[in-house]
Write a protein that binds this ligand. Structure first.
Ligand SMILES: [Zn+2]
Length: 298
């Protein structure tokens, strides 16, 4: 009789342990992070990503033009109206315009804004002609809603947001005064579950070479955001080191087809050449901004 009781207790214990293990496994394995590449809402190229972490925290990278703000804002509001971290890669309007519009006109909460910025005078000296609105962006950073939440990132800084481990692989490069703003883009690597995602922003040829020189071992990633909207940014050698399987293209339709209105591949952009590089490198999945908001579950 005693032996029977012992056996029963043992059996019940084993069943309980099995049930608890299954529950734990489901709760861990069942979690996904959603990475959304945002569509362009005008015919202009732009860049915006929205990430929803395992526990529903929101991360935004750039956001696009002012005209792209409503689409992004509605998504943020649907998820509760609070952004945990907003990364601004560089102060060009196709990246920070939506951020400015949202800060100035909405009441969503932004807990942290990550930037890498040269002095305003530097931008005005080296690229006033192509980007006259940088002063307005600097004024937005003075807005009461965010001015105490700004954080200027450091090279190789590690930032953990919920289940996502970020590392800053590239920051401002004031020594590059050609293609100045782009060459001062923030480069972010994120580890999400067992996948890595590399955001190159508008990395140019020079800052791409610097990445290759200083961060070579860290560049490998499963998913890459193509530099400078997929053309005339980082060179092929950088992508050879990244060896991605999936490419995210913040690329408008005309740019994807290198078509200024005169037919496929008749323009001067280097998108078709860049697409060929990625094909040669075995990156078989392409997600392109022109095709609308696209969400990848990681
Ligand atoms: Zn851009």
């Amino acid at each position: 009789m005693k032996q029977d009781n012992k056996n029963s207790i043992r059996k019940i214990s084993i069943i309980l342990i099995a049930i608890i293990s299954i529950i734990i496994a489901i709760s861990v394995l069942g979690k996904t992070t959603q990475l959304t590449q945002l569509k362009n809402n005008t015919n202009t190229q732009m860049m915006g990503y929205l990430i929803k972490t395992d526990n529903g925290k929101l991360i935004v990278i750039d956001g696009g033009l002012k005209e792209d703000a409503p689409n992004l804002l509605s998504k943020i509001e649907q998820e509760g109206g609070e952004v945990e971290a907003w990364f601004l890669t560089h102060p060009h309007m196709d990246h920070v315009g939506a951020f400015q519009e949202i800060v100035e006109t909405s009441d969503i909460k932004i807990n942290k804004v990550y930037t890498t910025l040269n002095e305003l005078s530097w931008y005005e000296q080296y690229e006033e002609y192509r980007n006259p609105k940088t002063r307005e962006f600097f004024q937005t950073l003075e807005n009461e809603k965010i001015k105490n939440n700004l954080h200027e990132v450091e090279l190789n800084e590690k930032i953990k947001i919920d289940n996502i481990n970020c590392e800053i692989l590239g920051i401002k490069n004031p020594e590059f005064t050609d293609n100045a703003g782009n060459n001062s883009s923030m480069v972010i690597k994120m580890k999400i579950h067992n996948k890595s995602v590399l955001f190159l922003a508008d990395t140019g040829v020079e800052s791409g070479q610097k990445l290759l020189k200083n961060q070579k071992e860290k560049l490998k990633a499963d998913i890459v955001q193509m530099a400078h909207h997929g053309q005339n940014g980082a060179e092929k050698e950088v992508y050879e080191q990244i060896k991605p399987k999936i490419c995210l293209w913040p690329t408008a339709e005309w740019l994807w087809n290198n078509d200024p209105g005169t037919g496929y591949n008749t323009g001067n952009w280097k998108t078709i050449e860049t697409r060929k590089w990625m094909q040669d490198l075995g990156a078989t999945e392409n997600y392109v901004e022109k095709d609308g908001d696209i969400t990848i579950n990681i």
